[in-house]
Design a protein around this ligand. Sequence first.
Ligand code: ADP
Length: 659
Amino acid sequence: MKPKEALLELKGAYKTYTLGGTPVKAMDNVSVSIEAGEFVAIMGPSGSGKSTLLHVLGLLDRPDQGQYVVAGIDTTTRTDDQLAGLRNRLLGFVFQQFHLLPNLTAQANVELPLLYAGRRNHQDAASNRLREVGLAARSDHRPRQMSGGEQQRVAIARSLVNDPLVILADEPTGNLDTKSEAEILRVLEELNRQGITVVMVTHEPEVAARARRILRMRDGKLIADERRKTAAKQKHRAEAPGSGAAWSAEQARGGRAVFTDHLRQALYAIVSHKLRSTLSMLGILIGVAAVIAMLALGQGARDSITKQLASLGSNLLNVHPGSHRFGPVSMEAGAVTRLTPQDSEALRRLPMIKRVAASVQGRAQVVAGANNWNTQVIGAEVPYAEMRASVPTLGRFFTDEEERGRQKVAVIGTTVVQQLFPNSNPVGATVRVNRIPFQIIGVLPTKGATGWRDQDDVMVIPLSTAMYRLLGKEYVDSIDVEVRDAKLMDAAEDAVSALIKQRHPSPNREDEGFEIRNMADLQDTLKQATQTMTLLLGSIAAISLLVGGIGIMNIMLVSVTERTREIGLRKALGARRQDILIQFLIEAVLMTVSGGLAGILLGAGISWGMSTVAKWNTTVSWWSVLLALTFSVGVGLAFGLWPARQAAQLKPIEALRYE
Ligand code: ADP
């Protein structure tokens, strides 16, 4: 007769631990064979190797040596992840400390193994099992709202939810009062009657008395194997599911947890450690807010400079007296070219030139009635209006006749209007500029501030009036030259230079005594400068983001240590490395992304504050938001990976035992 095939078959197993330098044999040549439907108790004094045997039988640990076959599957050659699959589908665990996740409801605790089996009908299966252990009414309660006996019943429901062949219980009644103990034992007996194999570690003879077979351990050795013919044995029982039938690896592997389940578990972890999660989010929040605000500031500066340069026109050359030399090198006397309105006249006749406007600058005190204001005075030729985007919005600019006739007329900027004519129309009014009466004939368009200079705090008067009546200047300060076509800029620059040189022969040929500034070049230079500034601000902000990321890593590492037992439990219930890795990564990314989103809001708020309170120009660009978000995800992945790997690599039994 062919002997009945065993469900659990352990042959020649050894397990040695080293405790303080001396080897301790926790399992010393243990062989045991357990058939489907048995109810086995493992007994022995403390330290005799009972738990070690149970853990090996439960695939939570591997023997150093020996063979172990479960339901026809030789587990010796299986990978850790395959063992996790087998635990999940074939075995159910009940621990002395219950090992329920404290912030999950009874229902959610019972659902956990289903998640790692990839089964979708979570709720029904879990509530059915809760009903079977008599806790249907408590499904929404959390572990701390339940008695020890109830918690252990939840743990039993959890062990049953994947329809296991075997239940492994490690001192299941060790932490319970007598009444609860009786209840739990009754449940286990009932399960056994239904055909489930039960293997239980206990040191209490009256608990062991419920079993029909007792294995006795001492010093790692199996010293007795007693089978008892009790009345219960005679009862007819259903054939154990899967008894004798070899499980294929495919069957045992079952399904895979899906992303949404991992997401839910990650959310659970975040929510159940609110303070810690908030603190770690804070680092990212500040980093991202800084990035957004800094980039907004940089972008704003660039935008306003671009706008101003655009209003200048890009075909402009600016001729002004000076030297190529800067800094402490003093210039020889006579090396500076003195430009005159006649130079402007001569330049106007060059073929490539469209318009020319000479100008002088100075400051003057302007008085209108009781109001008094010190402002910048620009004396200019008529084309200035068009060339410098200064055609009045109200009134008019002065004419060539007025310019030639040294008329005392003025066009003023909006800041001057506010200061001198707070509530009235200035056009037609008379003001005194350094005590000389001028008539206001127009108001300049508003240009805004450049950050350090208010462009609207200005008064424009005819060049001749400024030179000979107001400021007492013999020479002009600069001449703007507008070239007909952007393509002619270089040629025009040469022609202008040649003409000025011809009109002002310099004693020293090396020093030309004047400079021609190409506004297009200036534009490029300024753009580059602001770009550099943006980059600088951005990298400062990026550093704070980096610090935030390290904060996240720190917190995650702490959380791996703190949650070692949770990780052990998840692994015992069938979580593979990948499941743990993904859950921890999702946690990290969720924290950085939510911190990032809050940071974007805060950063946008700060930018808004800077523009309304400090009047700085800021622009929150979509690309900075995108950058911040990508960065947050990246920081989460990069800094979450290490802690997640640490968590994933924990050995289930060591993690479970972690204190
Ligand atoms: P029991 O469950 O019968 O009390 P265990 O199986 O827990 O016994 O332990 C058997 C022996 O192995 C004990 O001496 C224990 O100290 C030792 N032991 C168990 N697990 C470890 C471990 N992870 N590291 C070192 N020694 C261990």
